[in-house]
Design a protein around this ligand. Structure first.
Ligand code: ADP
Ligand code: MG
Length: 367
C-alpha cells in the first residue's frame, strides 16, 4: 500500500521508516507518513513522543539515522541523499513564534525576503493582509502585539519565503481558548488560499480533529494511527489512541461474530479484531438518555460545565436466570460509565435513568 502512495504524483511528502536517536535514546522508531499536495495533516501525541523531532527532520534541521524523506518525489534525506533546509521550500513556525524582539513587525516579515525597499514594503503589506492583519502593524514591535498577533506575524514571516510545505509546531498552544480558535481558523484559511501543504503539530485533540484532512497519532516514537479525523475518532486503532482523542466508555464484553455482549446490551462491532473476551469502546455521545431505553442506571455523580453536564451512572445489575447454567461471560452490570448531557436537571444524584446505545462499538483485544 505504501508503495502505491509513494508512486502517486499527488504526494508532496513521503517519510519512510524514519528513525532518530539522541545520545543513544531512540526518539523516532520508524515513522511512515505520506502527505498529499495542498492537504492539511495534524500530528497529535503526548509531550515527548517525538513530534517536534519529526518536523525538524522534515524541515532539514536534523538528519534521520535511518529511513528516507522525499519531497515531491525527490529524496532529500536518507539513503545517501541530503538537501539542506534552505533548499527544501519548507516553512517552519516554532511553538513560541520566535520573532526578533528588536525588529519591527515589518522587518521581521521582510527577513525572509530577497527584495529590499518599496518592493519589500509592498510584499510585507500583502503578507500581513494574508494573515488578516492591518499593514499599519508593520511599524510596531512584537511586544506591542497580542499573542495571537505575534503568531500571525511569525506565520507571515514563514510565508514570505513562499514555502510549498508549512510546518506548524504547536503554534497556538500559548493562546487562550477564544483567540486560539480564531487564530487557527485564520491560519487554516490563509494556508488553504495559498495552497500550501500544511502539517500542524498539536497536543490538543479537538484542534487536530477540526483542522486536518488527515490526523496522525504519535506515541512513543511511532505513528499509532493515521486517518481522516472521523475515522480516527470513531474507529481508533487501540485503547490508548481512543482515550487520547477524546472521552471513551470502555466495558468488558464477550464478542461473538460481530455482536459484543456487555452491560449495555448487544452492541454491533464493525470488523471484529478477535472473538471472545474484548474491551468494547463507545464514545460517550453514543449513550443516550431515553425514556424507553433498555438499560437502567442510577446517577452517582455529576459535574456541571454550562452547556453540558458530565454524568456518572452506575449501571444496574443485570438479572440472572436461575434456571440456566451459570455463563461466566454473561454481563453482570454494575459498572460506572461517564456520559454527557445538556440537561443538568436530568442529572441529579440518585436519579434513575433509562439508556440506549446508538451506533457501533469498537472492540480491542486483550493483549
Ligand atoms: P514532542 O515534540 O512530541 O514533545 P520531541 O520530539 O521534542 O517531542 O522530543 C522527544 C524526545 O527526544 C524527548 O525525550 C526529548 O528530550 C528528546 N530530544 C529531542 N531533541 C533532542 C536533542 N537535540 N538532544 C537530546 N534529546 C532530544
Ligand atoms: Mg514538541
Amino acid at each position: 500500500m505504501s508503495a502505491a502512495i509513494a508512486a502517486s504524483t499527488d504526494t508532496h511528502l513521503q517519510v519512510s521508516g524514519a528513525t532518530k536517536s539522541f545520545e543513544g535514546t531512540a526518539v523516532l522508531k520508524g515513522v511512515d507518513i505520506s502527505v498529499s499536495k495542498g492537504s492539511t495533516t495534524a500530528i497529535v501525541g503526548p509531550s515527548g513522543s517525538g513530534k517536534t523531532t519529526l518536523l525538524r527532520l522534515i524541515a532539514g534541521f536534523e538528519a534521520p539515522d535511518g529511513g528516507t524523506i522525499a519531497l515531491n518525489g525527490t529524496p532529500v534525506a536518507g539513503g545517501g541523499a541530503w538537501v539542506p533546509a534552505h533548499k527544501r521550500q519548507v516553512g517552519y513556525v516554532a511553538q513560541d513564534g520566535a520573532l526578533f524582539p528588536h525588529l519591527s513587525v515589518g522587518a521581521n516579515v521582510a527577513f525572509g525576503l530577497a527584495k529590499r525597499g518599496k518592493a519589500a514594503r509592498d510584499r510585507v503589506a500583502e503578507l500581513l493582509e494574508m494573515v488578516s492583519m492591518d499593514p499599519a502593524y508593520a511599524s510596531r514591535h512584537p511586544h506591542e502585539l497580542s499573542g495571537g498577533q505575534q503568531q500571525r506575524v511569525a506565520l507571515a514571516r514563514a510565508l514570505a519565503r513562499e514555502p510549498e510545505l508549512m510546518l506548524l509546531d504547536e503554534p497556538f498552544s500559548a493562546l487562550d481558548a477564544g483567540l486560539r480558535a480564531a487564530t487557527r481558523r485564520t491560519v487554516a484559511a490563509t494556508l488553504a488560499r495559498a495552497r500550501v501543504t500544511t502539517i500542524l503539530v498539536t497536543h490538543d485533540q479537538a484542534e487536530a480533529l477540526s483542522f486536518a484532512d488527515q490526523v496522525a497519532v504519535m506515541r512513543d516514537g511511532r505513528l499509532a494511527q493515521i486517518g481522516n479525523p472521523f475515522v480516527v475518532y470513531t474507529r481508533p486503532a487501540d485503547r490508548e489512541t481512543a482515550e487520547f482523542l477524546g472521552d471513551a466508555v470502555i466495558l468488558e464484553a464477550w464478542l461473538e461474530g460481530s455482536l459484543a455482549l456487555c452491560s449495555l446490551g448487544g452492541i454491533a462491532v464493525r470488523r471484529p479484531p478477535a472473538q471472545g473476551l474484548v474491551q468494547l469502546m463507545l464514545r460517550p455521545e453514543q449513550i443516550r438518555i431515553a425514556p424507553d431505553g433498555p438499560i437502567r442506571g442510577t446517577v452517582v455523580e455529576t459535574d456541571y460545565f454550562g452547556p453540558e453536564t458530565t454524568v456518572r451512572i452506575k449501571l444496574h445489575p443485570l438479572a440472572v436466570d436461575p434456571t440456566r447454567p451459570v455463563d461466566p461471560h454473561q454481563p453482570k452490570g454494575g459498572e460506572v460509565i461517564t456520559i454527557r448531557h445538556w440537561n443538568a436537571g436530568l442529572a441529579r444524584m440518585g436519579t434513575e435513568l433509562s439508556l440506549r446505545v446508538v451506533g457501533e462499538g469498537v472492540a480491542f483485544p486483550y493483549a
